[in-house]
Design a protein around this ligand. Structure first.
Ligand SMILES: C[S@@+](CC[C@H](N)C(=O)[O-])C[C@H]1O[C@@H](n2cnc3c(N)ncnc32)[C@H](O)[C@@H]1O
Ligand code: SF4
Length: 492
């Protein structure tokens, strides 16, 4: 199938594409500024910049109008005012509404397509909107469903504890990327090398140590305080104990590890863990780890290339608890190939039975560079299935005393839904919240890592490190110079 967009009075191509992708990942589209031809399926989208800005979308099948949607600026309340944002919102809203009628699908997050939804509440609060006005923005402007509005307020209740302009501006958080994995999972597109020779890993760690050292020096020069550290990837736990010690010894030159509020280490794959490795992490004052099942269905695990079984998860979790890790997170994914509601119930009941402090629930996203996406003939949104799966998770998590504490959405996500972090009381991961809500500066070190410098309203564009091992090593000084320039503007 193919939809042709005719634009009049605007050029919001990116927005139209995203509006379509909410409903359909398979249909091709074309955007034109020429006059309407009336063949096949078309959407005519107009923006009128008169005294009151207005937008209209009409969905045609050949020459016949099937659906029409019009909105004007009156009654559109936004979290912060901006004429461009208002125009874009009107165009998206009208296109969304004709597509909603055409597909007969009523998305939970309405017209929203961005990653950071709870940030809308934070921004609105900053602009002195009342709670009623914020509800109005979510409900009427963005067409978010009531249960999701409640979820957002629940999340904000926990996140609010971490919002303080003075300390948020003063803090920084260090992200360290380890782009190696024991095998490639079919759904994943994170930058990671499988079976990388030790020589290359060691050479990577040399560059990484250099980058960490320089980054910490820059942060200290700007009088930033280290709040949290997050070692992610990839799978950092593929490293040997000596390699892990080497990373921490670089940090130790500047900070006493035991004083750092939160050190997360993604020890995601149980096939990379044993008692010695977990003890090595503990000795380096890591106080939060992830041991990630994704699912407790062994057939699925094998089919997505995880190369471990569900019993390995339980075994390594129990060892980690015995060693004394106080906060353990477990990641799961909803919508893995072949899974239904009962698989998810089985997974969450076993996991919640283990009682980890955090459970992070992802909805499968079709990533451009994953094997699953490459091999899929058709991309299924599976709205109803994913919705039911989220209900199962919510029911079991609530029953076991977990609360949602952060959320984000991804493009091409199944069910057009979200990823939700659940936590036991007081055990929320600070890094996840300050990163997703863009509350504090993140300085990223390592291949593909992203840095973001935050100074109140004036946040900088993200700085992304190179994504190939060769380039990362060769051009590390370029990255450090860019960081210096960005941080240079940030005189606290
Ligand atoms: C950066 S990965 C690292 C985790 C670790 N290497 C592991 O596999 O356990 C973090 C998490 O992202 C999630 N993830 C990765 N690809 C995904 C996708 N395509 N859709 C949804 N979640 C995804 C998985 O739950 C994974 O645990
Ligand atoms: S999910 Fe984890 S282990 Fe699998 S490829 Fe992605 S980063 Fe590597």
């Amino acid at each position: 199938m193919m939809i042709k967009f005719y634009f009049l009075g605007h050029d919001y191509e990116y927005e139209a594409r995203n509006a379509l992708r909410v409903f359909d990942l398979n249909t091709d589209f074309e955007i034109t500024y020429s006059s309407f031809e009336g063949r096949g399926l078309s959407i005519v989208s107009c923006l009128e910049d008169g005294e009151v800005i207005s937008a209209k979308a009409q969905l045609y099948k050949d020459n016949e109008i099937l659906y029409e949607s019009c909105f004007n600026a009156n009654g559109i309340v936004l979290e912060k005012y901006g004429i461009k944002k208002l125009k874009k919102t009107l165009v998206i809203k009208t296109i969304h509404n004709v597509l909603k009628s055409y597909y007969n699908v009523y998305p939970d997050y309405g017209i929203l397509t961005g990653v950071r939804v709870a940030k809308i509440l934070l921004t609105a609060k900053k602009h002195s909107k009342s709670n009623e006005e914020i509800d109005d923005i979510l409900r009427n402007t963005y067409e978010v469903k009531e249960e999701k509005i409640k979820l957002l307020w629940d999340i904000l209740k926990i996140e609010e504890k971490y919002i303080d302009e003075y300390s948020n501006n003063k803090n920084y958080n260090l992200y360290i990327g380890i782009p190696f994995c024991p095998s490639k999972c079919s759904y994943c597109s994170f930058t990671s090398y499988v079976n990388c020779p030790q020589k290359k890993i060691n050479s990577y760690l040399d560059t990484l140590a250099y980058e960490i050292e320089k980054t910490i020096e820059l942060a200290k020069k700007r009088k930033l305080c280290l709040h949290t550290i997050y070692l992610g990837g990839g799978t950092p736990s593929v490293l040997s104990n000596e390699q892990i010690d080497k990373i921490f010894s670089t940090i130790k030159k500047h900070y006493e590890l035991f004083r750092i509020k939160e050190i997360t280490f993604e020890a995601g794959r149980p096939d990379t863990l044993d008692k010695e490795k977990l003890s090595c992490l503990k000795n380096n004052f890591v106080n939060r780890i992830s041991i990630n099942p994704q699912t407790m269905n062994d057939d699925t695990l094998l089919s997505v290339g995880r190369k471990h079984l569900s019993c390995d998860i339980v075994e390594k979790y129990l060892i980690a608890k015995e060693i004394g890790f106080k906060t353990i997170n477990m990641d799961i994914i909803l919508g893995l190939p072949g899974e239904d509601e009962s698989d998810v119930r089985n997974t969450i009941e076993i996991i919640a039975g283990l009682n980890p402090e955090n459970i992070t629930v992802h909805s499968l996203a079709y990533k451009k560079h994953s094997e699953l996406t490459r091999e899929s003939a058709k991309f299924c949104k599976d709205y109803e299935l994913i919705k039911k799966m989220h209900y199962v998770i919510k029911e079991v998590c609530e029953d076991k005393g977990y609360k949602p504490y952060y959320m984000y959405r991804q493009k091409n996500i199944k069910g057009n839904s979200e990823n939700i972090g659940y936590t036991k009381k007081g055990r929320e991961c600070i890094y996840n919240m300050v990163m997703i809500e863009e509350l504090e500066t993140i300085l990223g070190c390592g291949l593909g890592a992203t840095s973001k410098i935050i100074t109140g309203e004036n946040k900088h564009e993200p700085l992304r490190n190179f994504k190939s091992l060769e380039e990362y090593s060769k051009r590390i000084d370029e990255i450090i110079n860019k960081k210096q320039t960005l941080l240079g503007d940030n005189i606290i």
